[in-house]
Design a protein. Structure first.
Length: 261
């Protein structure tokens, strides 16, 4: 089981060598894909992964630094199909579920793409509105959601952006998505995890570490991603301060990072 970081950046202006947020958990060749920042399909393809191996795609919220690469991702799938046909091979039938807070946005991207590419039902992308609870429990991968408050709440006062907990092969991974504060993640963090993928676009990493220490959360490994200005200024200094507080190492994501779990 591996974690692939396709893009490590928060919603900044373009920066050399870094792209907006997207990552995937790979288990037995299948990709459980989270968020779709600008460069995700290019990064995955150039690292040798067939993006048609997506089993599920989860979107934490609809901001462009998490969805800007979806059009290109679908396009690459169609292009790979066309290349297979040119070689005289029938492309694999691709079908996956995409869970998003705003399905209409994804449907719009899909409709434009299929109009342009001429593909009809390959890939078949079943877009569903993301919901509370267990989104996926199949082939040894379980994905649960937690509402967070990065986006304004709905009319019933409920958070409309999402964090995730993934359990596979006896390991637990928490992905923050974008959050208003670490309090949003408390129901998951209180139960501990082997790996926490934590955004720093809206938070100071050392302050997060201090809060987690004070609350005695059992977090095995921390991988900071969705980098904000503090991290981008001097990530070595941030890492040292975090490690002094935690008493163990932290990891800082980069585009193309691969992590064995
Ligand atoms: Zn973001």
């Amino acid at each position: 089981m591996k974690i692939h970081i396709w893009g490590c950046l928060s919603g900044t202006e373009p920066m050399p060598g870094k792209h907006h947020t997207s990552w995937a958990l790979e288990k037995e060749g299948a990709l459980y894909w989270f968020d779709g920042g600008e460069n995700c399909s290019r990064a995955a393809h150039l690292q040798g992964y067939d993006v048609r191996k997506i089993r599920k795609l989860f979107i934490s919220h609809s901001h462009a630094d998490h969805t800007g690469g979806l059009f290109n991702l679908f396009w690459v799938m169609c292009k790979l199909n066309a290349l297979d046909r040119r070689k005289g091979e029938e492309p694999p039938q691709v079908a996956f579920e995409l869970l998003a807070p705003d399905p209409e946005l994804v449907e719009l991207i899909k409709s434009q793409l299929f109009f342009l590419s001429g593909e009809k039902e390959n890939p078949r992308i079943d877009v569903r509105k993301i919901r509370e609870g267990v989104l996926c429990d199949e082939d040894g991968v379980r994905v649960e959601t937690l509402r967070n408050h990065h986006i304004e709440p709905d009319a019933r006062g409920r958070g409309t952006s999402w964090s995730f907990r993934i359990t596979a092969e006896g390991k637990t991974v928490i992905y923050s998505g974008d959050v208003r504060s670490t309090d949003d993640l408390a129901p998951f963090l209180e139960q501990g995890c082997d790996l926490l993928l934590m955004e720093t676009g809206h938070h100071s990493a050392p302050e997060l570490c201090r809060t987690w220490q004070e609350r005695n959360y059992a977090i095995g490994r921390v991988l900071f991603m969705h980098h904000g200005r503090e991290m981008l200024r001097d990530q070595g200094d941030v890492a040292r301060r975090c490690e002094a507080i935690r008493g163990k190492t932290v990891s800082i994501a980069f585009d193309g990072m691969e992590l064995e779990l």
